[in-house]
Design a protein around this ligand. Sequence first.
Ligand code: M6R
Length: 606
Amino acid sequence: MCGIIGFTGKLQAAEILVGGLEQLEYRGYDSAGIAVNENDQTKIVKTTGKVANLREKVSTADDISGTCGIGHTRWATHGGVTDTNAHPHVSGNVTLIHNGIIENYKELAASLKEKGYFAVSETDTEVAAMLIDSLYTGDPFTALREADKILEGAYGFCVMFKDHPGEIYCMRNASPLVASYTEDGAFIASDMVALLKYTKDYFVVPEEHIVVMTQDAITLYTMDEKVEEPKMLHVDWDTTAAQKGGYAYFMQKEIYDQPEALHNTVMPRLHNGHADFSADNISDDIFKGINRVVVTACGTAMHAGLIGRHLIESMLRIPVTVELSSEFRYMNPILDENTLVIVVTQSGETADSLAALRLANERGAKTISIVNVKGSSIARESDYVLYTHAGPEIAVASTKAFSVQCAGMYLIALKLAEINQMMSEEEMADYCAKFEEAIATVEDVLKMDDYIKGIAEKIKDTFSAFYLGRSLDFGIASEGSLKLKEISYVNSEAYNAGELKHGTISLVTEGVPIIAIATQDHVLSKLMANVEEVKARGAHVIMVTDKDMSAYDGIYDDLIQVPEVDDKFGTFGVTVALQLLAYHVTVFRGYDVDQPRNLAKSVTVE
Ligand code: M6R
């Protein structure tokens, strides 16, 4: 949700900023802008649209040289998509970029007006710039610290002060910032992918800290101005992982990354028929005496929770609820020390999920998160973290992150079973063998790409679609449907198959695609009865299954049959088939697969 970058050092800033924003564009692409400072001059170039528009504008701008600057790519929250609302914003001495939301901006704007400050944009960010300027008496640090006491909401700021050329002051309360120093200079960004061209070593700026960047150094301060030694981290994935590598889109590449992502997430943690979390430093204690599990997450990550729920409840008979993080924090949840709260998140920065985790911690529940981004806020604040090893996911639509999140659920289910003695040694060994077999089938599903493309072409012009599934398959259907709708703009919904005739079947007319998921033997005949009902109303039925469907010939129009696996592990192969279907429909419809309208990858505002 908005990408920010800053650099000061020996190199020309403009190219570093624009190049970095191209990497951060997945965080928002409504507008983009940079400010470059040289001596007492600060030049700003900003424009609506994607970073490509900014690059074009920068290339024709009058002199934009300078070795210190800040850049921003915006996902609009307050104020429309206009050049004026694009960042950076300027007020007096201050030039500022911001990721987050200032909640009390209206009150602040009113009081600043009395001091002669008038905003030109409609943004909350400009009010923050005005506030900092109003507090500035020559010491940037003090102005920021005072602003921190007044501002409400979430922010990561990078600020340049007119009379401090060559310096950038950054402050974070909630929105993520990572920083680094190399012999070329000091860097800061919302996400490491923006800095990979220059360094793989970095630190996460902790909340309520200020970073001062000069051409020779980067210093981390607490709010009371004490220098703090940053905790350095190292990016351990190959830098090419953040490139498209010959694929047309990041989403396509990330679909194809899945065999490796699953292998890296699962295999090091399966040892002799047991889930082994020793390398993760996860104590067995967290799984002891658990009588309830709550999974909280948003979007795709929540769908991984649905898979986890089915698995844990059906296998272990422990009650599981799956709660949207955005609701969880407002529903006064009942939690105690026997509740295991699992937070699932790719970015580790989703504001609602972070708030849900904090609430769970406050209420004394045991917390574990399934996170992809190392060192992210949710990873740091959970009792324990099970990292998924998917590498960077750049496309807004989650693909490989979902598969490894589900894998994380399967691993936790096994661990819970072992610690609470709910499975025998033989059962656990069998579980591990079947788990391995299931993730290995993903390679075979990828070989069906062209075949699935052919089916996508048949439904590419549809206005709506429905995904049906029962039991575990409802979670898979929910994710398949989200994939299709978020990138292709097909009006798609997922239903528990038996529920359709309680209302929604009235929307099923001639040719409407119904994508029916069938990986669960115990409900197969029931599902197929529902499929017959929609077929009778003219639906175009696409069966996605690992089962032999010959007994149902004539009930469906198209069949995507992935390799058969044990029912418990039906998630993996079918999910990949649905991702490919959504991808190809979108390409046929001519939309930007990686950057669907109105969306951003990392939702760091409430
Ligand atoms: O980073 P998170 O996993 O916490 O993000 C949660 C959702 O915003 C995310 O899963 C979103 O629904 C997907 N990108 C959609 O494909």
